[in-house]
Design a protein around this ligand. Structure first.
Ligand SMILES: Cc1ncc(COP(=O)(O)O)c(C=O)c1O
Length: 399
């Protein structure tokens, strides 16, 4: 946890730039869902000041009235260059990309391309709740292949699930979360190659949600699914939105491996219609010129991970926290607190701190909460203080 291999950029920590008074003026979901006395560390928005190149790109567009429709491949080119530098991957072909409004709508479109009504979509639980909801809403069935106790993909469980869902030659897809939300697990090249081999054996199509890819710290290395042997039949969704806090500026990219190009070409025109031109400008600027800012963010997040581990060890040692190597989300096992399946309710009611309940994350989520650590160290300290007070008031077990 103490290694910081990404470059130190000399930029200030963007997590320290805004105080609580300014953050409370925000009008987005994180800040307006709960009353003012609640400290929000839930939905994946970051308490950062944006990267300067992003602000410049958007401001220039406003000054020019450049607010029409998106055109061209600048976003995909910027992502391809970023992938080459950051992940040592030169296989992202601009002609095998398509702009989509955001990652989740892109996931839905990709799943529609490779599955039909009633087919199964395999997910590794616990996982980002919309993986369950969006798949359910599109008349596919979610099939859970829970992660192992170590938070990693269990190849035996995955194979058994693939075998079950493809019985009778049914089509199926595997919605891979890479890196994994909420555990922060970064899948290795070997693990992803094993996934690709299983997918090939059972004829399962892989759709990889790689939105957290730029947010990897430590010795771990992000490996694009499409880059591993056998990954060429896969489809991936990427975006600058999580790493640069641009969820409100809609734009993402669907990327096809060489053998999935024909599938992506079948994506209907309307699937790309909701992407915003200003969003495309912002995401492109982030990928092209925002890497110094990203490095400063990663350094700040690494500090926060260690701080959170220390604070919990001191104030709430009964909580189990294994810091992941990616994302800014901490997955906390609160089962030993004795607060039941939904400790987030206790933290909210008795501590006025908003965390995500683990329950909607599927099997493995009961008794857990997800904490968003993309905040200042002071906010993290206050959050843990409130959590400890809540446990005390509710009569839970702190040690
Ligand atoms: C794994 C994962 N996929 C998708 C999203 C949402 O992305 P978008 O807003 O681009 O749909 C999130 C947001 O936190 C996420 O964690």
């Amino acid at each position: 946890m103490t290694r910081i291999p990404h470059e130190t950029s000399g930029e200030p920590n963007p997590l320290r730039a805004l105080d609580l008074d300014r953050l409370r003026r925000r009008t987005s979901m994180k800040w307006r869902t709960h009353p003012e006395d609640v400290l929000p560390l839930w939905v994946a928005e970051m308490d950062v000041l944006l990267a300067e190149p992003v602000v410049r790109a958007v401001t220039e567009a406003m000054e020019l009235g450049d607010t029409g429709y998106p055109v061209g491949t600048a976003y995909a080119e910027a992502l391809a260059a970023f992938a080459g530098k950051r992940w040592d991957w030169d296989g992202l072909a601009v002609e095998r990309t398509a702009i989509v409004p955001d990652v989740m709508l892109g996931v839905v479109e990709m799943l529609k391309l490779v599955t039909g009504y009633g087919d199964a979509v395999v997910v590794n639980t616990p996982v980002y709740p919309p993986f369950h909801d969006f798949v359910g809403h599109m008349d596919r069935r979610v099939a859970e292949a829970p992660l192992g106790a170590d938070g990693r993909i269990d190849p035996d469980v995955l194979e058994a699930t693939f075998r079950r869902v493809t019985a009778g030659r049914r089509r199926a897809a595997y919605l891979l979360c890479s890196p994994h939300n909420p555990t922060g697990t970064v899948h290795t090249a070997d693990e992803l190659s094993a996934v690709a081999a299983l997918a090939e054996r059972y004829g399962v199509r892989v759709v990889a949600d790689e939105i957290h890819a730029p947010l990897v710290v430590g010795d771990a290395r992000f490996v694009p699914y499409l880059s591993v042997p056998g990954g060429g039949r896969g489809l991936s969704l990427m975006s600058a939105s999580k790493a640069w806090n641009l969820a409100g500026l809609k734009a993402a990219l669907a990327v096809a491996g060489p053998e999935a190009a024909g599938d992506l070409a079948r994506m209907p025109e309307e699937a790309g219609h909701g992407a915003s031109h200003v969003g495309v400008l912002a995401h492109t600027a982030a990928l092209r010129e925002g890497t110094g800012w990203l490095d400063a963010l990663l350094t700040g997040l690494d500090t926060n991970r260690r701080l959170l581990a220390d604070l919990l060890a001191e104030r709430l040692p009964a909580i189990r926290y294994r810091p992941g190597d990616a994302t800014y989300l901490a997955w906390l096992d609160c089962r030993a607190l004795g607060l039941g399946d939904d400790p987030a309710q206790t933290f909210l009611r008795h501590g006025r701190v908003a965390l995500n309940s683990g329950l909607p994350f599927g099997t493995g989520g009961a008794g857990h909460v997800r904490l968003n650590l993309a905040a200042s160290p002071e906010v993290l300290e206050e959050a843990v203080r409130r959590m400890a007070d809540a446990v005390e008031r509710a009569g839970g077990v702190r040690v």
